[in-house]
Design a protein around this ligand. Structure first.
Ligand code: SAM
Ligand code: SF4
Length: 266
């Protein structure tokens, strides 16, 4: 579907949970976030319905994110349900990778097309610090199992924080090459101040060619990462919600004050 700036919007990022097994410093406040009640979170049937309507409006690329998508109970079943929908050409997932040793093979068998795995540092202490407690070895095991499960064109996502890990870019690039993966460097963004940058090694961050909208775990369609404009699919209805959110997609991002990154899905 074309928006009012003639951008073709065909990519839906779906946050399937606002829970996570890490607490990255740039993604959520130290005190955590107020979790949604179970009934506020979209169930699988609702997500399937939303994707079907999205396909009917011209969407064909979908990505599961969160929070950490692999902590959502039954995630493999959801992947299966979505991968079977006619018109879903790409079904990808962004994950911190910690649970991939358990799930990579099942995700592949369920029809997931591709993985993006987040990895900000190859230094054990730094990884632990930026994720507030994560173990680098677990992330590396996840990356290995993605390869072993047969995933191709896997991308690594590194958030670069100046003065913290900007000295690791060469090392991370080398690691990606060794693992036959591409690496994307994303400079740490700040939703509240509106600071955002282009993505080195990938799309995103260039408003003039933006092709996406986002669905939050509690059923709100969002027009832009850096805007608080959102429409509730449950109250407005799915197709109307898509039309409204695309009609109101801003020419460029400003800021978002109401949600943290973990509640939008990045
Ligand atoms: N838990 C999964 C993960 O970390 O890959 C998926 C959700 S996470 C919110 C999606 C992506 O957003 C991750 O690659 C993460 O690094 C990125 N992200 C989170 N906060 C960010 C920020 N402030 N600036 C830039 N990227 C950010
Ligand atoms: Fe969790 Fe991903 Fe946010 Fe880190 S970036 S806290 S892994 S949702």
């Amino acid at each position: 579907m074309l928006d009012q700036y003639n951008r073709d919007i065909y990519y839906l990022r779906i946050a399937v949970t606002d829970l996570c097994n890490l607490r990255c410093t740039y993604c959520m406040p130290e005190e955590g976030i107020k979790l949604k009640k179970h009934e506020e979170i979209l169930n699988f049937e609702e997500i399937v319905e939303i994707v079907k309507v999205a396909v009917s409006l011209g969407f064909y690329k979908f990505r599961l994110t969160g929070g950490e998508p692999l902590v959502r109970r039954g995630i493999i079943d959801l992947v299966k349900m979505l991968a079977q929908i006619d018109g879903v050409k790409t079904l990808a997932m962004t994950t911190n990778g910690l649970l991939l040793p358990q799930f990579a093979k099942q995700l592949k068998a369920a029809g997931l097309s591709r993985l993006n795995i987040s990895l900000d540092s190859l230094n054990k202490e730094r990884y632990n610090k930026i994720t507030r407690g994560g173990e680098l070895a677990d992330a590396l095991a996840g990356i290995k199992s993605a390869r072993e499960a047969g995933f191709e064109k896997t991308k690594l996502n590194a958030v670069i924080v100046d003065g913290f890990n900007d000295d690791e870019k060469d090392n991370l690039k080398k690691f990606a090459d060794e693992n036959k993966m591409k690496i994307r460097f994303v400079k740490k963004m700040d939703l509240k101040s509106g600071d955002y940058y282009g993505v080195e090694g990938g799309e995103g961050g260039n408003c003039s060619i933006c092709n996406r909208v986002r669905l939050t775990a509690d059923g709100k369609l969002r027009s832009c990462l850096f805007s608080d404009y959102e429409v509730d699919v449950r109250t407005v209805g799915i197709e109307r919600a898509f039309r409204q959110v695309i009609e109101n997609k801003p020419e460029k991002g400003d800021k978002s004050l109401k949600r943290e990154m973990i509640q939008i899905g990045g």
